[in-house]
Write a protein that binds this ligand. Structure first.
Ligand code: B12
Length: 415
């Protein structure tokens, strides 16, 4: 069949992000004729889609809705409007429309209700169910566990069986910027951070891809002229034995690509050195809270005192460092916000202004996260709140005013 794989538009200019979710799906469709289209690269996304449909003439248009909104507070940008616009474009086309992606997966029922133009929705990982659905459409064969509604069952992929992602399904040269191209070595997350959706999306235990396959992906990127990528794994340094095995394989393969990864603070200086030797140039930490009380309430396994030594060690071995906090965590108020600002100034001034980055966001609460349940239980939102329209977990009063001022200054500086 002829399948057009479409990344939903952002609707405004943004740093391009290579659609790795679609690349994984494309990798499982070798029997079919594929074309890839990233509508977020283009302001004229409606006409671009029309034109591609006219020239490629697909049987199926498969759309990845990655994000619902940009999760920014107090000014939130929604990606739903451009998504609605392309749905309208598809109304005058007669083929099959299939939707999936992380944004879709958090709200499948709601999105299917809102967009009758979507024939089928596939929540969760798409590598098994999408090819099964294509077979079903082509030959009328049955899909296990599916009673025939518009939403198909979740099926987790066996990563040892998975064919590699197809990094060629779209022109990758448009994404040659730091962090824009992803490599995935594992899925799922065994931690229980209260605001997080990762375990809902891909399971509450780590599932690793065979190390040689990950190295093959990286060699493939090298052959495509890519010089830098990001590991998109939830936490790169757990499970520890897999982390060490992967680092050893990367060092041995000596692919000459630079990369970044999200890690947690339970990392030794020796491990950071190994990361550097294996090509790492940047690590990102997401402690999110800065006090032991706040960390505990977020379900984090670290202690507040672990953060600075980890950041310092990473800088000492020559890695750039990013640190992400939230303002207004459960158990943290105005003083914790000031502590975060102080931490930001301290690490940037002492560990390198241009190599140490600190971001302070606000928790955008998503459906299916423990925090969403907690807010309902405490009566902070209505019982029927879907969290589709953005809900933020924020403090009130001076901590909020100061945060808004801080965000306004950042917006004026960075646009
Ligand atoms: C890594 C990551 C990033 C990296 C991306 C780096 C890169 N080069 O790719 C960075 C840090 C840049 C980033 C930025 C942002 N991110 Co982010 N990110 C992630 C993360 C951790 C992994 C995404 C990933 O690459 N997965 C690997 C691929 C293989 O999986 P996948 O994309 O899910 O695709 C699978 C399925 O979804 C499905 N699928 C995908 N498309 C389709 C299409 C069809 C038709 C079908 C059937 C199936 C299907 O099949 C795929 C294969 O199994 C997720 C959390 C998570 N655990 O998923 C958040 C996540 C996607 N990000 C999120 C957000 C909010 C953002 C930002 C908006 C944050 C911000 N304020 O800037 C930006 C948006 C950037 C952008 N333009 O997309 C949210 C989206 C939530 C939502 N419902 O809207 C998530 C889910 C995290 C969360 N808070 O819960 N992100």
């Amino acid at each position: 069949m002829r399948i057009l794989l479409v990344q939903s538009p952002t609707g405004r200019p943004e740093v391009p992000i290579f659609p790795i979710g679609l690349a994984f799906i494309a990798g499982q469709l070798s029997r079919h004729e594929i074309s890839g289209l990233d509508l977020s690269l283009n302001n004229e996304y409606k006409t671009t889609l029309q034109e591609e449909i006219r020239t490629f003439n697909p049987d199926i248009v498969a759309i990845s809705l990655r994000n619902i909104d940009d999760s920014s507070y107090p000014v939130t940008y929604s990606y739903i409007k451009p998504f609605t616009e392309i749905m309208k474009v598809l109304e005058s086309w007669e083929g099959t429309v299939i939707a999936g992606g992380t944004g879709f997966s958090i709200y499948p029922e709601l999105i299917m209700d809102q967009y009758p133009r979507i024939d089928y929705g596939i929540p969760g990982e798409g590598e098994i169910v999408f090819p099964e659905l294509v077979d079903h459409i082509e030959k009328g064969t049955a899909i296990e566990g599916w009673s025939g509604g518009r939403i198909l069952p979740w099926k987790q992929t066996d990563l040892s069986e998975l064919s590699p992602p197809d990094y060629r399904f779209i022109d990758i040269s448009r994404y040659c910027l730091p962090d824009a191209i992803g490599v995935q070595s594992r899925r799922g997350c065994a931690f229980r951070c209260t605001y997080c959706t990762y375990s809902y999306l891909s399971g509450s235990r780590f599932r690793e891809r065979p190390v040689d396959r990950v190295v093959k992906d990286i060699s493939e990127l090298a052959s495509l002229g890519v010089s830098r990528f990001q590991f998109v794994d939830s936490i790169f340094n757990v499970p520890e034995d897999y982390f060490e095995e992967l680092l050893a394989a990367l060092e041995e393969a000596d692919c000459k690509l630079s990369w970044s990864a999200w890690i947690d603070e339970n990392v030794t200086r020796k491990q950071l050195e190994k990361m550097k030797n294996a090509g790492a140039v940047k690590v990102d930490f997401s402690p999110d809270a800065i006090t032991d009380k706040g960390l505990k309430r977020l379900g984090k396994r670290m202690r507040a005192a672990d953060l600075l030594p980890a950041v310092r060690s990473a800088r000492e071995v020559g890695l750039q460092v990013g640190v992400n906090f939230f303002n207004g965590n459960p158990g943290e108020g105005f003083w914790a916000f000031l502590k975060k600002i102080w931490f930001m100034l301290k690490v940037r001034l002492t560990l390198g202004w241009k190599s140490t980055f600190v971001n302070i966001g606000t928790i955008r609460v998503y459906a299916h996260s423990p925090l969403a349940g907690y807010m309902k239980q405490k009566g902070q939102v209505d019982e029927d709140c879907t969290f589709f329209e953005p809900v933020f977990y924020k403090i009130c009063g001076p901590g909020d005013w100061l945060y808004r001022l801080f965000q306004r200054i950042r917006r004026l500086r960075h646009g």
